[in-house]
Design a protein around this ligand. Sequence first.
Ligand code: SF4
Length: 411
Amino acid sequence: MLNDDVSSGGGEPPSPPSFESLKEFRSAGRGPWAQVADSDWNDWRWQIRHRITTLEQLERMLPALTPEERAGTVLVDAKLSMGITPYFFNLIDRSDPLCPVRRQVVPRLEETDTAPWELTDPCGEDRHSPVPGLVHRYPDRVLFLVTDRCASYCRYCTRSRLVSNATGYDFHPDFERQLDYIAGTPQVRDVLLSGGDPLLFSDDKLEHLLSRLRAIPHVEFLRIGTRIPIFLPQRITPDLCGMLRRFHPVFVSIHSNHPRELTLEAREALGRLADAGIPLGNQSVLLRGINDSLEIMRAHVQKLLLCRVRPYYLYQCDLIAGSAHFRTSVQKGLEIIEGLRGYTTGYAVPTFAIDAPGGGGKVPVSPDYVLSRNAERVVIRNYEGKIFEYPEALDCTAPCRAGRGAQPDWD
Ligand code: SF4
């Protein structure tokens, strides 16, 4: 079984996290692809061609498939296809139906249950789309959904209405209209490429897309949202990184949920992006039974920093149809943030946020560190629960003139 690097959180000094290589795992004969040549295994196109997409393949690879997984795989295909790269599949503990990697990508029957408050477009993206595939919700930035393909499919995907059911790796059919909208909207200074996964495009296609965007004078800042370094680190080639660095400033947001996903291969891929001068952030989704514990999240965020990735957001799971089995309480997320803040490096603490149902945008939610405030003072508590007061918006000149110094009367 692969090391999941979760320390006990007790009084003992934690052992340094390890980054197991899946290549070694495979060459030790422990994975189903033990006989595959390295040249194939390290070829991202080979990985895409050999994804697990059918029940028959899954039964062969996972002999202990549960009835819920079997039924889920048969029933959910029309909603969100199954697709798992061999690389990511090797992270699954095949003897454990509750394996946190397995639960993210193997369908389950529960996906067919829809609660009354669940939605097919939980973040209201479609109603903020002036052109199909382009979401303009915030004043100065747009979300550009450039493809509907991903390397593997997350069972809780917010965009399951859009991804996985297409037939090719081409631009969105409204590509030119999407670009025309950005070019004709001068307030758009920041474009986030997402999908689907933009890094599934060939280097040439991606270069074309980035060149078109860079030709628009008011577009200052480009971001790419991707799960490729986690699902398919082989795609992060030196050529890709060399091409991306010509379009700076380019930021990349990855999506990783559990420390086990941060293998040696993932760390090396992320290192190549960082060496190309690309600032890296991570977005996690809080998922029941997968990462909804302080110990796991602490191990995860600390390991992300070792991969040169800043934990950026922790999202409450969106109200996507069929996701109730993944959802935790909001309170759980607040407890995790409270357990991180002050107890580990500030850079490691993400912003916990809820994407407001129906299209309100991301709303940060935080433990209450401000206990009270009025015109004169703010009462705050620190991470240990100690209480402090801070003077609010003092006019220093008034007490100085009165000869009392700048220090206010407190009582
Ligand atoms: S990688 Fe992102 S867009 Fe693709 S299935 Fe996962 S959550 Fe959805």
